[in-house]
Each structure stands twice: as structure tokens, then as C-alpha cells.
Design a binder for this molecule. Structure first.
Ligand SMILES: [Ca+2]
Ligand SMILES: [Ca+2]
Length: 215
């Protein structure tokens, strides 16, 4: 995710070296989908107005209409993983950003997720990650869901990044996760189990750190 934001920000700075507040205000009024006012977004997120403006310009550079559909999201995201196939992971990620399940990500969706992932508390980050893994949104992570996500991450990293991985690596990864997380052995991981496991086990936290880096 750092890569995505960094690139958006960098492109913005390169293309538009000097802009003032009037330009920003004008820009805010010219998109098809007009985002929430800066005051509301500042209250909703851990970003200040200046940061929100920079993020907004980056967002609008990539998505002039003001919303991102899944196809565009996949295209942008896949650029960062040229050696793998990021489309499946991008699909799960898109759904996690699109909290209202509207089929598109608005700037508000984008910055509230970024705010959590970059500046949220550990619990908030874990809750967001839990929602990403809970593909069918029933409040539990089952083994199939975790397998799908882990497999998607392996696909995205590609064979050049991890040349020694064997086909059963995702399954081993998932089995290890589940053994630690499913405290009451009922076959599903709840949010409480997820947060508890992550907080008491440094290895899981480290693994999640790896996952956070590819968001
Ligand atoms: Ca589920
Ligand atoms: Ca359980």
C-alpha cells in the first residue's frame, strides 16, 4: 500500500509543482463525484487538510471521474506486482475498501481505509485485516477464506519473488495460522480470537506486517 500511495503522491508533485488553495477548491468542484468536504474528511480520518488535498490530487490523477471501479483498481494495483498475478488479491482488497458494497471506491472510502492502515491503532488495523479475510462478511474467517487470501498473496508475489516455494506452501501457512488462532477449535476464527492471537504472538504479527506491506 505504501507503494501505491507513494507513487500517487510523487506523480502529483511532478505533474503539478505549484498550486494554491483556489486551484484545490476549484478542483474539488469539477469531478463527477464530489467528495465530502475537507472538514468532514479531516474529522473522519487521521489526516490533516493538506495531506487530504495531496491524496485527493493523486486519486484524481488516476481516476478523473472521482470513483474507482474494480477493473481500474486491478489495473493500478497490478502495476506494483509485475512478476505475479495480483488480480485475485486486488479483488479482495477492492471489496474491503468498498465497505458499502457499491461496486466502486469513492475518495472517502479510499482515505478512511488509508487512515486506518497507516495511522490507526493496532486494534483498528487488525479489525480492517479481519474484514479483508472475512470474504463473505459473515463475521468469521473460515479455513477456505484464509486459504483463498494466502493463495492470492502468493500468486501476487509471483515465482520470481519466492522461487523456492512449493505448491503446498499456502496450505501449510493456513494450517499454522488456524492452529494458533482458532482458540476454541470450532473451525472458524472470530474477530476476538483474531485480535487476541495477533496480540499475543509475535510471529503472527510479523506475518501480518508482511501482509500489510502488500496492501
Ligand atoms: Ca467468513
Ligand atoms: Ca473459533
Amino acid at each position: 500500500m505504501g507503494a501505491v500511495v507513494g507513487t500517487l503522491t510523487m506523480q502529483t508533485k511532478q505533474r503539478r509543482p505549484s498550486r494554491d488553495k483556489a486551484d484545490d477548491d476549484l478542483e474539488m468542484t469539477m469531478v463527477c463525484h464530489r467528495p465530502e468536504g475537507l472538514d468532514q474528511l479531516e474529522a473522519l480520518t487521521n489526516f490533516n487538510k493538506r495531506e487530504l488535498q495531496v491524496l485527493y490530487r493523486g486519486f484524481k490523477n488516476e481516476c478523473p471521474s472521482g470513483v474507482v471501479n474494480e477493473e481500474t483498481f486491478k489495473q493500478i494495483y497490478s502495476q506494483f506486482f509485475p512478476h505475479g498475478d495480483a488480480s485475485t488479491y486486488a479483488h479482495y482488497l477492492f471489496n474491503a475498501f468498498d465497505t458499502a458494497q457499491s461496486g466502486s471506491i469513492k475518495f472517502e472510502d479510499f482515505v478512511t481505509a488509508l487512515s486506518t492502515l497507516l495511522r490507526g491503532s493496532i486494534t483498528e488495523k487488525l479489525q480492517w485485516t479481519f474484514n479483508l479475510y472475512d470474504i463473505n462478511r459473515d463475521g468469521y474467517i473460515n479455513k477456505e477464506e484464509m486459504t483463498d487470501i494466502v493463495r492470492a498473496i502468493y500468486d501476487m508475489m509471483g515465482k520470481y519473488t519466492y522461487p523456492v516455494l512449493k505448491n503446498d506452501a499456502p496450505k501449510q501457512h493456513v494450517d499454522a495460522f488456524f492452529q494458533k488462532m482458532d482458540k476454541n477449535r470450532d473451525g472458524v476464527v472470530t474477530l476476538d480470537e483474531f485480535i487476541l492471537s495477533c496480540q499475543e504472538d509475535e510471529n503472527i504479527m510479523r506475518s501480518l506486517q508482511l501482509f500489510e506491506n502488500v496492501i
